[in-house]
Design a protein around this ligand. Structure first.
Ligand SMILES: [Zn+2]
Length: 226
């Protein structure tokens, strides 16, 4: 799956909760980043090695253990800690999310690069732009890579992330979804879970299939979200 010859983009379904991990990067330099590495770190590193990629960074959409590893329902999910023990790269988390990431994964302060909306990371000639999209969690972020958007648990093809969890905010989610609805129609949405009838869709298709993305005023949003 690729929107150009230069872009490496792999969508990998992993674990029992239909999570998607992504490998993004540059085909010419083979430099890649991994988004939300969890559940089976050996399989993910195996894929990176088999393809001859060089891992440069781990990107965090948000701190929930099904995305970054950690304690969850009395079981321990492998994630960032296990990845960094094998490949000492930096983890990139939104500045409001980094404490949560540290608590959940046990990473140290120096393992995490705190980013803000608009910051960029280069993988060879491929640019990753960080986009702050609070709502599901305070520091949830999406990644824009060429004509794609890796959206974590902010936006799914047919829904949006839960806003009834600790740290969630309904109004923030509304603002974040309006921001994503304004992206170019042809942008390919790459969600954090395989919850829909298709694993990915364009923003135009998502506007058709996803009622949450079509709500344009806060009053209607409140009526629906309670
Ligand atoms: Zn989540």
């Amino acid at each position: 799956m690729s929107d150009s010859d230069e872009l490496i983009l792999e969508q990998i379904e992993i674990g029992p909760m239909q999570n998607f991990t992504y490998i993004v990067g540059s085909r010419s330099t083979r430099e890649v980043a991994i988004v939300d590495p969890a559940w089976d770190i050996d399989a993910l590193l195996g894929r990176i090695d088999e393809a001859g990629y060089t891992l440069k960074a781990a990107l965090v959409t948000h701190y929930h253990p099904d995305h970054v590893g950690g304690e969850f329902s009395r079981r321990k999910i492998p994630g960032l800690a296990e990845l960094l023990a094998k490949r000492p790269v930096k983890s990139y988390a939104h500045k409001l999310e980094s404490d949560g990431v540290r608590k959940v994964t046990g990473l140290s302060e120096s393992d995490i690069v705190k980013v803000e909306s608009g910051d960029k990371l280069n993988l060879g000639p491929v640019e990753v732009e960080f986009l702050h999209t609070p709502g599901h969690t305070p520091g949830s972020q999406c990644f824009r890579v060429k004509e794609t958007l890796v959206s974590g648990d902010t936006l799914f093809v047919q829904g949006c992330g839960r806003v009834d969890l600790p740290g969630s905010d309904t109004d923030d989610m509304f603002a974040s979804l309006r921001k994503l609805a304004a992206l170019p129609d042809e942008t390919l949405l790459l969600p954090g879970h395989n919850y829909s009838h298709v694993p990915h869709a364009t923003i135009a298709e998502t506007k058709e299939s996803n009622p949450y993305l079509r709500i344009e005023d806060l009053k209607t949003w409140h009526q629906i979200m309670g």
